[in-house]
Design a binder for this molecule. Structure first.
Ligand code: BG6
Length: 482
C-alpha cells in the first residue's frame, strides 16, 4: 500500500454476506489485512444477505471465524443489511443505507461490490445495481468496482452472456473476475522464478522441455457442495479456471511491464494458441473419472455421470511450445492434497547413463504450490564409489526457510489488489472466453455421451490408471487433421 492510504478509502458491499465464502475466506482475509495495517483508514464493510441479522448480531455471529487480537476492532468496521437480491424494492433500501453509512463514517463515493452469492444471482444483482443507479459514482473522484466469484458462466455461451451483461453495467476495468489460485504466493512466484533469473528462461521451450505436468489434487470429496458440484464437475470447477491459469503462468511470454493489460495480453495469447480438441483427441487425450461412492453423496444424483477427476493433455501450438504436452490433473478424494507444476527436461542425447534416471531424464523443476511450498531442481549425481552409477538428487528451496515466512492467504492478496485498483491478477473477459472456447466442445461431447469413457476410482487412490497413459510419449503428428 502506498503512503497515501487516504486515497484508497472506500466502502465494500458483500452480497451473500451470511454465506460460507464470506465466513471462510473474505472476513478472515479482511481481518488479517486490517491487523497488518493494510486496509485504508476509512474503510467499512456492509454485508448484505437474506438472513436476519442486525449489525451487532452479525458481528457476534462471525466472531468465531476470526483470529488475532484485533478481530473485535476489525468487526467494528462491519455492518449488515437484510437484503433479498431478487426483490427490486431492496435496492433503494441498499442505496439509502449506503448514503447513511458514507455520511456517518465520512467515506468517499467509492464502492467495491463483491458477489459472493450463488452465480444465478449475479445477473439479478448487477441489474438491480443498474436500475438503482448504484453502478455509477455520483461525480468526479468516485468509482465503482465489482468482484465476481467463480464459476463465471458454465460454458462459453453463458460466460459470454454474463460478460455482455456486466459490461453493459460496469466498464471492463471495473470488473474483477477472481480466481483465487492467482492470489497464491507460490503461483506468482512462477513468474518471478522464470523472468528474474537468467538460467531458466533460455531452457524454457520445446528444445529443452519434454513435458510439463500441472497437478491439483485433493483428499476431500464434495462435502456439502453436492448441489453445485454435480452440475459443475472437475472440468468447470478446477480445470477451466485454476489449472488453465497455472498453465498460462508456466507458458506465457514475459510481459513488457507488470501491469494489468500487458500481463493479461500474454495470458490470452496462451489460451488462443491451445490446440482445439477434436473428437479423436477427446477420447485419446482426456481421462475423466468419478470416485466410487460419489453418487451416494448429499445432493448428488444417484445416476450422476459428473466427473470428479480429470486428466488431460494440452498442446500450445506456438513457437515456444509446439509439440510439448502440458498434462493437467485434478481430482477429489485422491491419496493426497497437493498442487504443483513439474517441468520435465529432455534427457541428454548421449546414451552413457541411459536408464539410470526415472522417466526420460534426471532433470525436473518442481514448483510446489501447496502444501510444503517450495521449488526444487532434480538432477543426476555420481554415486560415490566404483563405477558410474547415477543417483537422483535435488536442490531445494523451501518457503518456510525464509526468515520472513508469512505466506498471505490468496484472498488477502487479491482483495488488497482490488482495493488498490490493481487487476493484474484478475481474469480479463477475452482470456475467460478463450479458455471456455477450448473446454466447451469437450463439455458438449460429454453431455452427448454421458457414460462413454467415464472411469471410476477408489477413494484414497491416485485416480484411474488410464491417466498414467497420458504421460507416454505422443507419436502423433504435430499438426492433426480435424
Ligand atoms: C475451489 C473449488 O475453487 O478451489 C473447490 O471450487 C476446490 O472445489 C478449491 O476444493 C481448491 O482450492 P485450494 O486453494 O484448496 O487448492
Amino acid at each position: 500500500m502506498s503512503a497515501n492510504k487516504e486515497s484508497y478509502d472506500q466502502l465494500l458491499v458483500i452480497f451473500g454476506a451470511s454465506g460460507d465464502l464470506t465466513s471462510r475466506k473474505l472476513l478472515p482475509a479482511f481481518s488479517e489485512l486490517f491487523s497488518r495495517g493494510l486496509l485504508p483508514d476509512r474503510f467499512a464493510i456492509l454485508g448484505a444477505a437474506r438472513s436476519d441479522f442486525s449489525d451487532i448480531s452479525f458481528r457476534r455471529s462471525r466472531r468465531q471465524v476470526l483470529k488475532g487480537d484485533r478481530a473485535d476492532e476489525f468487526l467494528g468496521k462491519v455492518y449488515y443489511l437484510r437484503f433479498d437480491p431478487a426483490d427490486p424494492r431492496a435496492y433503494p433500501k441498499l442505496a439509502k443505507r449506503i448514503v447513511r453509512l458514507r455520511g456517518e463514517l465520512r467515506l468517499p463515493d467509492r464502492i467495491l461490490y463483491y458477489l459472493a452469492t450463488p452465480p444465478s444471482m449475479y445477473p439479478v444483482i448487477a441489474q438491480g445495481l443498474l436500475e438503482s443507479g448504484l453502478n455509477v459514482p455520483e461525480g468526479e473522484g468516485g468509482w465503482r468496482r465489482i468482484i465476481v466469484e467463480k464459476p463465471f458462466g458454465s460454458d462459453l455461451e453463458t460466460a459470454r452472456r454474463l460478460n455482455g451483461l456486466l459490461r453493459g453495467i460496469f466498464a471492463e476495468r471495473e470488473i474483477y473476475r477472481i480466481d483465487h489460485y492467482l492470489g497464491k504466493e507460490t503461483v506468482q512466484n512462477i513468474l518471478v522464478l522464470r523472468f528474474s533469473n537468467g538460467i531458466f528462461e533460455p531452457l524454457w521451450n520445446r528444445n529443452y522441455i519434454d513435458r510439463v505436468e500441472i497437478r491439483a489434487t485433493e483428499t476431500l470429496g464434495v462435502g456439502n457442495r453436492g448441489k453445485y458440484y454435480d452440475g459443475a464437475g472437475a472440468m468447470r470447477d478446477m480445470v477451466q479456471n485454476h489449472l488453465m491459469q497455472l498453465m498460462a503462468f508456466a507458458a506465457m511470454e514475459a510481459p513488457a511491464v507488470f501491469e494489468p493489460e500487458p500481463m493479461r495480453d500474454e495470458i490470452v495469447k496462451v489460451f488462443r494458441s491451445l490446440r482445439p480438441y477434436t473428437a479423436q483427441r477427446m477420447d485419446r487425450d482426456i481421462v475423466r473419472a468419478q470416485y466410487r461412492g460419489y453418487r451416494e453423496e448429499k445432493d448428488v444424483s444417484p445416476d450422476s455421470t459428473t466427473e470428479t477427476f480429470v486428466a488431460m493433455k494440452f498442446y500450445i501450438d506456438n513457437w515456444r511450445w509446439g509439440g510439448v504436452p502440458f498434462l493437467l490433473y485434478t481430482g477429489k478424494k485422491l491419496d493426497r492434497k497437493e498442487s504443483e507444476i513439474v517441468v520435465r527436461f529432455k534427457s541428454t542425447p548421449q546414451r552413457l547413463f541411459a536408464g539410470q534416471c526415472s522417466g526420460s531424464s534426471c532433470n525436473k523443476l518442481t514448483i510446489r504450490i501447496q502444501p510444503d511450498e517450495s521449488v526444487s531442481l532434480g538432477f543426476g549425481l555420481k554415486m560415490p564409489g566404483a563405477g558410474f552409477r547415477v543417483k537422483q538428487v535435488s536442490m531445494d528451496f523451501r518457503y518456510d526457510s525464509l526468515s520472513h515466512n508469512y505466506l498471505p492467504d490468496a484472498y488477502e492478496r487479491l482483495l488488497l489488489d482490488a482495493i488498490l485498483g490493481d487487476s493484474t491478477l484478475y481474469a480479463r473477459s477475452d482470456a475467460l472466453e478463450a479458455s471456455w472456447k477450448i473446454i466447451d466442445p469437450v463439455l458438449r461431447h460429454w453431455a452427448e455421451h454421458p457414460s462413454r469413457g467415464l472411469r471410476f476410482y477408489t477413494p484414497g487412490s491416485q485416480g484411474p490408471e488410464e491417466a498414467l497413459a497420458l504421460e507416454r510419449p505422443d507419436d502423433s503428428l504435430l499438426c492433426e487433421e480435424n
